[in-house]
Design a protein around this ligand. Structure first.
Ligand SMILES: Cc1ncc(COP(=O)(O)O)c(C=O)c1O
Length: 393
């Protein structure tokens, strides 16, 4: 799916040009808001051959989804991919599509909450075993492998405490045991980490986040080994979590500026993290650029360019964290991440609301914990907003 010409081009050029369909001489891929396509002889032949990437019906693929898949493959260095209506559609189709009754997957309790729910509530209903290990500790994954294990499932960065996964070490374990390594790379985007080059078989994105980049769509993608994508395609067609052409258009448009946006997200976050770490009202700051981060060395190897995601713990607990959050004027209190605008949330009353307090504390989501998705606004405006919210009554 990655076009030959793309392999000679650098990341920024691929980000702008890869996948774009110049139909009727259009510079950008036009929106093909059509559920179905004429059945020509060529398409009948494509259908008979399995239909992947043949324009037949928009649940299978569309002009706009094809453009996005080609671009994501070019950015991740993947052989092939599929696009979905949400990150969770991508994750559930991948796991339910590749695993069968009696199989086993190793994951981590830190995975995204929706993924955790799928793994702990739904996979077991279909006779698929799940063992939770620790993404920060590859040896714990190896120890959890059973005779029936098929997949090791990881995330580049955990949410919200930003543990960094040693993707290279995980890849060695997966190879040694002949297992599939599947990674959710949403928190860094392919700009920040390229897991396929480190040995991952499949890379998943919630394109809702950095790839879309403007908080205006919900979407997902899986890219990686062509044989696995060919296995997943009929599952996507059966489960039906396919994206709408207009959402694909917005995704493609968003990805064209990925390489321009990401360095600003990451440098704004690094500047704010360094200042927060010195602020007297802050107990602890977590960002992969800080030498105080427990996985700093791993981060320098796996995702050296960084990310816009950071967290900190306010002195005074959740009451103080809420006071801070509600005092912000530029940074919006909202869930999600990766958009051009900065967002803030306190996990205790949002993403981790249903996680018992003792479990939250053990996971590092202690009272006063605040998560920030740093956008691309002027960093001084963001810092002034943070300082006034920290210090106002
Ligand atoms: C790391 C990660 N993966 C997957 C998802 C699910 O994506 P979506 O909301 O697009 O279904 C999210 C959503 O927040 C996420 O943060």
């Amino acid at each position: 799916m990655m076009a030959d010409k793309d392999s000679d081009r650098r990341f920024a050029t691929r980000s702008v040009h890869s996948g774009t369909q110049h139909i009727e001489g259009a510079v950008n891929t036009p929106i093909f808001q059509s559920s179905t396509y004429f059945l020509t002889d060529e398409r009948y032949t494509g259908w008979a051959a399995g239909a992947q990437h043949t324009l037949l019906y928009s649940r299978l693929s569309s002009v706009n989804s094809e453009a996005c898949v080609e671009k994501i493959c070019a950015l991740e260095g993947a052989e092939d991919g599929e696009l979905f209506a949400s990150g969770m559609a991508a994750i559930s189709t991948t796991l339910l599509g590749l695993l069968s009754q009696g199989d086993h997957v190793v994951a981590s309790a830190d995975v995204y909450g929706g993924t955790y729910g799928l793994m702990t509530e739904d996979l077991p209903r279909f006779g698929i075993g799940v063992t939770m290990a620790d993404m920060q500790d590859p040896a714990s994954y190896e120890a959890a492998i059973q005779d029936n294990t098929k997949i090791l499932y990881i995330e580049t960065l955990s949410n919200p405490v930003m543990k960094v996964c040693d993707v290279e070490a995980m890849s060695e374990i997966a190879k040694r045991h002949d297992l599939l390594l599947v990674i959710d790379n949403t928190f860094t985007s392919p700009w920040g980490c390229q897991p396929i080059a480190m040995g991952c078989d499949l890379v998943i994105h919630s394109t809702t986040k950095y790839l879309g980049g403007h908080s205006d769509i919900v979407g997902g993608a899986v890219v990686g080994r062509a044989d696995l994508i060919a296995e997943l395609f009929p599952k996507k067609v059966h489960f039906g979590g396919s994206p709408d052409p207009h959402a694909c258009y917005l995704l493609e448009r968003g990805m064209r500026t990925l390489n321009a946006r990401m360095p600003i997200h990451a440098s704004n976050a690094a500047i704010i993290a360094a200042r927060l770490e010195k602020h007297p009202m802050v107990e602890k700051t977590i960002h992969t650029s800080l030498p105080s981060h427990p996985d700093y060395n791993t981060a320098q190897r796996i995702m050296p360019k960084g990310t816009g995601m950071l967290a900190f713990v306010m002195k005074g607990g959740n009451e103080e964290a809420l006071r801070f959050m509600r005092g912000l004027e530029i940074i919006f209190e909202a869930t999600s991440l990766g958009g051009v605008e900065s967002l803030v949330e306190c996990p205790f009353n949002s993403s981790h609301m249903f996680v018992p307090e003792d479990v939250r504390n053990t996971a590092g989501v202690v009272p006063g914990f605040v998560r920030l998705s740093i956008g691309i606004e002027d960093v001084e405006d963001l810092w002034e907003d943070i300082v006034q919210a920290l210090e106002h009554d």
